[in-house]
Write a protein that binds this ligand. Structure first.
Ligand code: 5AD
Ligand code: SF4
Length: 435
């Protein structure tokens, strides 16, 4: 591979982008590119972008501005923009940033090798189609290299829910589920290459319908794969949490006791304005049913503060909901108007209030996260080792509850799963000892 061209991909945003970046690297691998760890040595730089919040496009343009200097030094350097900003901005990127050679949307990156060829000929290429064909059918088989113990696997993409704040239905398109047989084949292949844990990805993963039994059916089918020890999935919508999936949390041992189930707000008025199509009480009832099936499950969520029309009273309802659920982990954001979405057109909450509410919410969420971690101390968990820690003989990995855990485990290998007693809790991780 001495004359392989060097590819550097910078990934922004969600886990699906992480997965897509891997697939793009593999697709270009077939076209003679080998991935490297820095932009400085690359022959091609791809920015795999995110459009979910604040000034995403502006950040990409300023990154492209910085890359201009690099390209001035090395005119043969090719620069591409992929992902959701590519989808949203399209040809505008080629117009505003002459440094860019190719723009490719999330549904057409299987065409990257041809686009890279065009770029090599000095052409500029744009592809932001939602093609008829399924990109996964057109991507080369994944290379047989050994893999890290934990992997992402996209099973569903896009979203038909149209929450009033969200760009995803526009950037990722309509909901599409991959056929279960393909997913199972990809999962078996991952397991053969050392993967022990698979996180199923979808913008609306529990709306998955590529298996007759829905996501629960897929999870149970995956659980039949020997050597696959753990299954997770993200991100879910409360309205798609069906009985079968809740039941799977109760009796499918490989399905891990952690669930990311965003609610966004605790106020019925705001939920309605967000077009969430459920109330706070319905969400709380759902969490109760999930906990009845799996009492020790760790709940996680997403919240937005300062959605248009949110009053102090609405915000207090969010704090109350958070108190009622008691989350183990949460992400919270100030509302950020996204071009083309309904809520962007509405009267906005002043920035200072968004800020103030975000800080109050985060104080509560951080306290709950600490309490959840501390409640683990003294308990036995299983830990999937991922990589050696900083100290000699130490391994780092994740518990069933997705906490990072450091353990003194001389001789242990990445991919081993050990029973561990948690002995301490630090800011963002736990310490434990082998039992
Ligand atoms: N402003 C702020 N947060 C947003 N999210 C999605 N769109 C916006 C927006 N316009 C948050 C939601 C979602 C998470 C992925 O990002 O909480 O669940
Ligand atoms: Fe960003 Fe959402 Fe696109 Fe993921 S799906 S890259 S979070 S905009």
């Amino acid at each position: 591979m001495g004359d392989a061209k060097k590819l550097f991909i910078k990934t922004y945003g969600c886990q699906m982008n992480v997965y897509d970046s891997e697939r793009m690297a593999e697709a270009l691998g077939g076209a003679g590119y080998a991935e490297v760890g820095s932009a400085a040595e690359a022959d091609m730089i791809l920015l795999n972008t995110c459009h979910i919040r604040e000034k995403a496009a502006e950040k990409v343009y300023s990154e492209l501005g910085r890359l201009r200097a690099l390209k001035a030094e090395r005119p043969d350097l090719k620069i591409g923009v992929a992902g959701c900003v590519a989808q949203a901005e399209g040809a505008e990127i080629l117009r505003r940033a002459p440094v860019v050679d190719l723009v490719v949307g999330p549904q057409s990156y299987h065409r990257l090798p041809a686009m890279a060829e065009a770029a090599a000929r000095g052409e500029r290429a744009l592809d932001t189609d939602f093609p008829e064909e399924d990109k996964f059918d057109h991507l080369a088989a994944r290379p047989k290299a050994r893999r890290a113990p934990s992997a992402f696997l996209t099973v569903q993409e896009g979203c038909d829910k149209f929450c009033a704040f969200c760009v995803v239905p526009y950037t990722r398109g309509a909901e599409v589920s991959r056929p279960a047989a393909r997913i199972l084949a990809e999962a078996r292949d991952l397991v053969e290459r050392g993967v022990r844990e698979i996180t199923l990805l979808g913008q609306n993963v529990n709306a998955y319908h590529g298996h007759a039994g829905g996501l629960a059916g897929l999870v149970r089918a995956l659980a039949g794969i020997d050597g696959l020890a753990r299954i997770r999935y993200t991100t879910s919508h409360p309205n798609d949490m069906d009985d079968a999936l809740i039941a799977a949390h109760g009796d499918c041992e490989k399905l891990m006791p952690y669930l990311h189930l965003p609610v966004q707000s605790g106020s019925d008025r705001v939920l309605k304005a967000m077009n969430r199509k459920h109330t706070a009480a319905q969400y709380l009832r759902l969490v109760e049913r999930i906990r009845a099936a799996r009492p020790d499950i760790v709940m996680s969520g997403d919240f937005i503060t300062g959605f248009p029309g949110e009053t102090e009273e609405d915000f207090r309802a969010t704090l109350e909901l958070v108190e009622a659920v008691n989350y183990g982990m949460c992400y919270s954001f100030k509302y950020s108007p996204r071009p083309g979405t309904p809520a962007a057109e509405r009267a906005q909450v002043p920035e200072a209030e968004k800020d103030d509410r975000l800080q109050r919410l985060q104080a509560l969420l951080t306290a709950q996260q600490r309490a959840c971690q501390e409640s683990m101390v003294g308990r036995e968990v299983s830990v999937l080792f991922e990589k050696p820690g900083r100290l000699a003989g130490q391994m780092g990995g994740k518990s069933d509850y997705l906490h990072a855990v450091h353990v003194h485990a001389p001789g242990a290998q990445p991919g081993d799963i050990a029973r561990v007693r948690v002995t301490g809790s630090a800011a963002n991780s736990l310490a434990g000892e082998l039992v």
